[in-house]
Every structure is written in structure tokens, then in C-alpha cells.
Design a protein around this ligand. Structure first.
Ligand code: SF4
Ligand code: SF4
Length: 731
């Protein structure tokens, strides 16, 4: 060993020892913080499916590749990080002796070839990612950036480290070529040979380049170990468990979509007949009341801002960004952790759990953090502003986009649950809706005995469950479909089409009550359970004696469709629920309905969030429209998975939209820009919001917003006025 190698070896050993010590300390700290969360036993089920999904999502980059160029570049960088870690290991042999290399595989040509290819593609990948970050930097002239609010130095730092590690990897190889100690043939390592051709014949060059590469790599490890909230770096490790433990491992995208998680206390679902707010946790009031998976979610965020770029609230000037919400919760959790780890925290009656002695030596900053209310205005020192919490439409665009499967909607609703159930703190205008649900069983407060008014004027009898028992489908009308004038047209159109196709169906009529979706999404789990239990009982009675496959329900409202199909199972109601567009597509494709006159004038389709993203029904409504209209369907730029919310979900339908641009106006502008004269929808709330948007723009005469079923009815029965006779509006 020469003198240069003695120095390089000491340097490499010293910096590695410091880095590894700090890294172990950081991992222990992160583990301790994540373990502060509540139990989540359901995350340990189905380990086979979880492992498979984790491997597919990480190795295949299935979520990342939805953004083609970024996804591909990131894949090369990820593979580069994993495979080229071997080359960092090899550098330890090279600091000791310039001719050194990895034992066994370090002599294989195939290893030389693979690492050469990955180095080059990794270089291209990281340069692309750097260019994208620079192009989208928050301070660039004009436009909002998905990186707004991200810690930019951390992103640049990680990217520069990757770039330098790759460059020094090539320099090590180049010096080996230049000094004639390189084992791999030219055909397998042409770039290394090209670099070697311009480097001097310096015998110690390899060891010096190797120690620099180790210093760069260990600097990275030291910096991230000193910054445990540096998700842009830590996600390289945390993404694996975060994906493994996602809520529904078999769901290809958006595992946190569809059903909401039941309210839990100590990891067990709460039953409101026995729940006691002094013994059971009602929602989330403090950051440690999230489950450990929630805290893992917050730790894993890469700050990529994909969620932010798709969020309808953020894009219309509201204070909510799903990324900033996650980052605020993460920073708060880590800042409060010393207090919690010292034994601090409030019990369910609000009393401090720690003794004075336990808190005596705590950092004042941790104590100050512990005093912050989780939900509160800036003046109150809150972690999350109430305007942030209540701006969410639960559209799921954030969950759909997140490459590491963070479950934003669950976290938002958990915080809402505490605010509504314990603090009674929510936008006051939504109180009327909740009172109506409790007293009248529908959000509008319409009399229950008018639920069947929509059937008036139809030229056939609509059968009720009980009057007939050989029905194939139970037609779940929904509150909007029964009481709201525009939605009633859809209800009549669907009933007319089912009757025309000879489908045996029946309604519950006055036996139906609200599915509970708005109550659940605003956070009132008590009212949701009350309504849902009543409906489950009614439906179980209606389907008595039938196996699940024959307990078929068709719903026109995607919120009912989602709640009945995905959430009633939590309360013992197992049904086969389809959306009316799915049933209509089936009836057309099997020849039971025949469109005879194509609807013209240009048609575009707006995907309802709870039909599309939450339940992945994208094709059926398009198939129906494809059969019913003249020419091609005109797609809006934001469609299917990336569709833009109408603004009504998450019980926002019953709240004022006081901040920023109205979401429905933003969507209507996009629809109108296509030039379509008809905007087809598949949801009564989307219909209301988009109609309001069109009318607000004074375009009510030029653009019509109607349900897919009404478009089909016009094509199947052109002679019939759409939806039958109007009935009097509901007050
Ligand atoms: S669910 Fe929709 S509105 Fe809510 S944070 Fe996510 S993207 Fe934004
Ligand atoms: S998409 Fe996921 S990882 Fe990216 S910023 Fe949003 S929450 Fe974080």
C-alpha cells in the first residue's frame, strides 16, 4: 500500500464510520417516531399480495410511469442507485489498492457491461430530472409549480450527489483504463474506455477518485441522517414499506380511494352504540393519533408535488395543497416527537400524561410544538388551518397521483371526524345538511313522502320492492335522484331505458334514505352509521334469501354507488352495485337497447371523481356515449384518472366556496374550450355544479349539461321528451 492509499483508506474509513453512526441514529429516531402512531393491525394481512404489489410498483415503476418522461428517468436513477451501490462498495477496495475490485462479480464481464449501461442511463436520467426540476422551479417566471413549497435545496442536493457519484464512477474506471488495470473489454465498457483515453496514466488516480466518490456518498448519508424529514432522500428506503403496507394491496392504483377507513380507536373499528369519547379516540385531534402508517406516510413524502399539481383546491387558489398538508403533519410530528417520546401527550379527557420530571429537560421548541393545536388558524398557531381542512373535495386526485401511495383522503377525513364529532367545528352552512340528514334522511330536508314523485308522468309503472320479488336490479334512486329537479330527469331516463330494455327492476321508494356519503365525508361518522345501518337493514330485507351475486343494485349517483358497494360491507351489507352507465353500456352491447338517432352537436364527458378515480369506471360511460352520439367524443385535456373535480365532493356541495376561483367554473371553462355543445356527466352533483358553472358564464343557451342516460335516451327514443314530464321543484 503506497502513501496515497494509506491516506485514502484512512479518509474513507473515518467518514464512513461517522456516516454509519449517524445513519443508525437517524433510523432509530425515525422508527421511534413512526411507532408513536396508533396500531393498524389490518396492514399486516395478505403479505403475499403486499410483497407482489411492492415489487411491481417499485421495480416496474407502475405509478411513476404515468408521467412518462419523469417516470422513465426516475427508473434509471432508482436502478442506478441500487446497482451502483455495488460500485460504491467496490470503491472501498480501490482506495486500498488501485487495481482492486469487488471479489468474484468484479471480474465478470457481464457485471462490467451492466454497470456501464446503468451508469450511462443513470446519467441521462439524472440530467433529465435536474432539467425538469429547474424548469418547474417555484420562482420561475409565470405559472404555479408543483414544487412550490418543496424544500428545493434538498432536491438539488440529492440530484447533484447522484450526478457526482456517477461521474466519479466513470473516472475510477477511466483511471483503470489509463493505467492498464481495467479488466473489461472495450465492447462491454466503451464509455469507460473513452474516458480513460483522455485521462493521464496516473497510478494513484483510481484510489483518489474512489475516495472522492466515497466522500460524496458519505456526505449524502451524513446530510440525510441529520435531516430525518428529508423525504426526497429517505423515500429511497421508505417507499418500499409504505407501498407494502398500503391500505388495499390488490388495488392497482389509488389504494386509499373508494371506501373510507372506518373510524378506529386503538386499531379497532368504533361502534357508536358502545363508543365513549372519554375512552375511545374519535378521529384525530393530535398528530400521534394517526396510525403508525399515517406517520410513515408523512415520512415518505418525496415532495414531488404531483398531488399538488392535480388538486382542484390548490389549482383554484385555495390554501389546501395535499403536499403541504402532508409536509406540515410530518414536520409537526418530528418536532413534537421528543415531547411524546419523553412520555408527554394528552389523554382523551385532555389531561397531560407526563409528570413534570419527565418533561423537565425537554427542549423548549419541542414543548412549544406540543402546544400547537392540530387544527387552528395562524393566529392560534395551528398546524393545519381550518380553511385547508375544509377545502378538500375528497376527489382523490392526490391519492391517485402519489407515487409512494400516501393516503391523503383518509388523513383529512380523520381530522375532520374529530372536528365535527368532538369540537362541533365545521363550516356552519353544512349544519343544515347534517340536521336534514338526521331528521329527514336526506340532505335537502325534503319530505320523505315525496321520494317517489319522480315517477309521476312516466308512461309505465315503476315497481316497488315488496310489490314484486322477482326483480333483477334494485334501482337505488338516491336523494338527488328523488328530490333534485335535474337529477330527477336522469332518474326518469334510467327507469325509461330499463323498462325499454325489459330489465326487471324495483325501487325502495319511501323505504330509501340517504346513503350517508355526505355525512361520512364531512366527518360525521355517527350520522353515517345511523343512516347506513338503516339502509343495510332495509336492503338485507329486500334481498333476503339471495346470494351476493344476485343482490344487484343499480345507482345513478356515484356517491351512493361508492358507499353502497364499497362501504356498506363494513356494516354487514354485501351487494353487487353497478353504476347506471355500466348497466346501460351492457344493455346496448347486448342489443337490448338500440340507439337509432345519433345525438349531434359535439359532446364531451366529465368523469365524476367517485365514479372514475375512486372506482375506476372510465370506459362504460364513454361506450354509451360512443354508441349514442354522432362522431367522436371530444375529451377534455384533464380526463379519466386525471379528471378535474366539479367541486361538490367531500360534502363541499353543502359548503360555501368563498376562497379563490370556483372549481366548477374552472371545469366548465375547460369543457367549453373543447367546443362541445353537450357536456355529459354521470353524477347528479356534477350535473348541478357544471350547470351552475355554465349558467354563471351566461352560456346556458349554447351549452347543455346532461347525464349520459339522457343522451342515450334521446338516441334510443328520439320522439320522447327527455326524462318525461317535469315535476314541481323541491323547496
Ligand atoms: S382529495 Fe382532491 S381536493 Fe382533497 S387534497 Fe386531494 S386532490 Fe386536493
Ligand atoms: S404526490 Fe405523494 S410523494 Fe409527491 S408530494 Fe404529494 S404526497 Fe408527497
Amino acid at each position: 500500500m503506497g502513501s496515497v492509499q494509506i491516506v485514502t483508506t484512512i479518509l474513507a474509513a473515518a467518514i464512513t464510520a461517522v456516516a454509519v453512526w449517524l445513519a443508525v441514529r437517524a433510523v432509530l429516531k425515525m422508527t421511534a417516531v413512526i411507532r408513536l402512531g396508533q396500531p393498524a393491525p389490518e396492514r399486516f394481512t395478505d403479505k403475499g399480495a403486499r410483497t407482489k404489489t411492492m415489487l411491481v410498483e417499485t421495480a416496474g415503476h407502475t405509478r411513476m410511469l404515468k408521467w412518462g418522461v419523469v417516470g422513465a428517468a426516475h427508473w434509471f436513477v432508482m436502478v442506478g442507485f441500487i446497482v451502483l451501490s455495488l460500485l460504491v462498495l467496490e470503491a472501498y477496495f480501490e482506495v486500498v489498492t488501485p487495481t482492486g475490485g469487488l471479489p468474484i462479480i468484479g471480474h465478470w464481464t457481464i457485471f462490467g457491461l451492466a454497470t456501464e449501461v446503468i451508469t450511462v442511463l443513470g446519467l441521462v436520467g439524472i440530467l433529465v430530472l435536474m432539467a425538469i426540476r429547474l424548469r418547474n422551479r417555484p420562482n420561475r417566471p409565470g405559472g404555479r409549480s408543483r414544487f412550490t413549497g418543496s424544500t428545493m435545496w434538498q432536491g438539488y442536493f440529492v440530484e447533484w450527489i447522484v450526478l457526482l457519484v456517477l461521474i466519479f464512477g466513470l473516472l475510477i474506471r477511466g483511471f483503470k483504463v489509463a493505467t492498464d488495470h481495467f479488466e473489461y473489454p472495450l465492447w462491454a465498457t466503451p464509455v469507460s474506455h473513452a474516458v480513460g483515453a483522455v485521462l493521464p496514466d496516473w497510478q494513484d488516480g483510481t484510489s483518489v477518485a474512489a475516495v472522492i466518490k466515497i466522500i460524496i456518498s458519505m456526505t449524502w448519508l451524513i446530510v440525510i441522517s441529520l435531516n430525518v424529514t428529508m423525504g426526497v432522500a429517505w423515500h429511497r428506503f421508505l417507499a418500499f414499506p409504505n407501498i407494502f403496507f398500503k391500505r388495499e394491496p390488490t388495488r392497482p392504483a389509488g389504494s386509499g380511494l373508494g371506501a373510507l377507513r372506518p373510524m378506529t380507536s386503538q386499531g379497532k373499528p368504533l361502534d357508536f352504540e358502545e363508543a365513549d369519547p372519554e375512552k375511545d379516540q374519535f378521529g384525530v385531534a393530535h398528530v400521534e393519533q394517526f396510525s403508525w402508517k399515517g406517520l410513515l406516510d408523512f415520512s415518505t413524502c418525496t415532495e414531488c408535488g404531483r398531488c399538488q399539481s392535480q388538486c382542484p383546491a390548490w389549482n383554484t387558489g385555495k390554501p389546501l395543497s395535499p403536499k403541504l398538508l402532508v409536509l406540515s403533519l410530518r414536520d409537526h410530528a418530528y418536532a413534537k416527537a421528543p415531547y411524546l417520546l419523553a412520555g408527554g401527550g394528552k389523554d382523551l379527557t385532555g389531561e397531560e400524561k407526563a409528570t413534570q420530571a419527565q418533561l423537565a429537560h425537554l427542549d423548549v421548541l419541542a414543548l412549544a410544538e406540543a402546544d400547537k393545536p392540530l387544527i387552528g388558524t395562524a393566529e392560534e398557531g395551528g398546524v393545519i388551518d381550518p380553511d385547508v381542512l375544509w377545502s378538500c373535495t375528497t376527489c382523490g386526485a392526490c391519492v391517485e397521483q402519489c407515487p409512494v401511495d400516501i393516503e391523503h383522503v383518509d388523513h383529512i377525513v380523520d381530522m375532520r371526524r374529530y372536528q365535527v364529532l368532538i369540537e362541533s367545528s365545521f363550516p356552519s352552512e353544512a349544519g343544515v345538511m347534517l340536521r336534514n340528514l338526521e331528521n329527514k334522511g336526506n340532505p335537502w330536508g325534503a319530505p320523505q313522502n315525496t321520494r317517489e314523485d319522480w315517477t309521476k308522468g312516466l308512461d309505465f309503472e315503476v315497481p316497488r320492492v315488496g310489490e314484486v320479488d322477482d326483480f333483477e336490479y334494485l334501482f337505488w334512486v338516491g336523494c338527488a335522484g328523488a328530490f333534485e329537479d335535474r337529477a330527477k330527469k336522469t332518474t326518469r331516463a334510467v327507469a325509461t331505458l330499463l323498462n325499454e330494455a325489459g330489465v326487471k327492476f324495483a325501487i325502495l321508494g319511501e323505504g330509501e334514505t340517504c346513503s350517508g356519503d355526505p355525512a361520512r365525508r364531512i366527518g360525521n361518522e355517527f350520522v353515517f352509521q345511523m343512516l347506513a345501518q338503516q339502509n343495510v337493514e332495509t336492503l338485507n330485507e329486500a334481498f333476503e334469501g339471495r346470494e351476493k351475486a344476485k343482490r344487484k343494485i343499480v345507482a345513478t349517483c356515484p356517491h351512493c354507488f361508492n358507499t353502497l358497494g364499497n362501504e356498506y360491507g363494513q356494516l354487514g351489507g354485501e351487494f353487487e352495485v353497478v353504476h347506471h352507465t355500466q348497466l346501460l353500456a351492457h344493455l346496448v352491447s347486448t342489443g337490448k337497447l338500440t340507439p337509432v338517432q345519433p345525438v349531434d352537436g359535439g359532446v364531451t364527458y366529465h368523469d365524476p371523481c367517485y365514479l372514475g378515480r375512486h372506482n375506476r369506471v372510465f370506459a362504460a360511460p364513454r361506450e354509451v356515449l360512443g354508441d349514442a352520439i354522432e362522431g367522436e367524443l371530444t375529451e377534455m385535456p384533464r380526463n379519466s384518472e386525471r379528471s378535474f373535480c366539479c367541486g361538490a365532493g367531500g360534502a363541499r356541495m353543502w359548503m360555501e366556496e368563498k376562497i379563490g376561483k370556483r372549481i366548477n367554473v374552472d371545469r366548465v371553462e375547460e369543457a367549453m374550450a373543447t367546443g362541445a355543445k353537450t357536456v355529459a356527466v354521470g353524477c347528479p352533483f356534477c350535473s348541478t355544479m357544471l350547470n351552475d358553472g355554465v349558467n354563471g358564464k351566461g352560456a346556458g343557451e349554447q351549452v347543455e349539461v346532461i347525464d349520459v342516460a339522457s343522451v342515450l335516451l334521446r338516441s334510443v327514443k328520439p320522439e320522447q321528451p327527455q326524462g318525461g314530464k317535469e315535476t314541481a321543484p323541491v323547496d
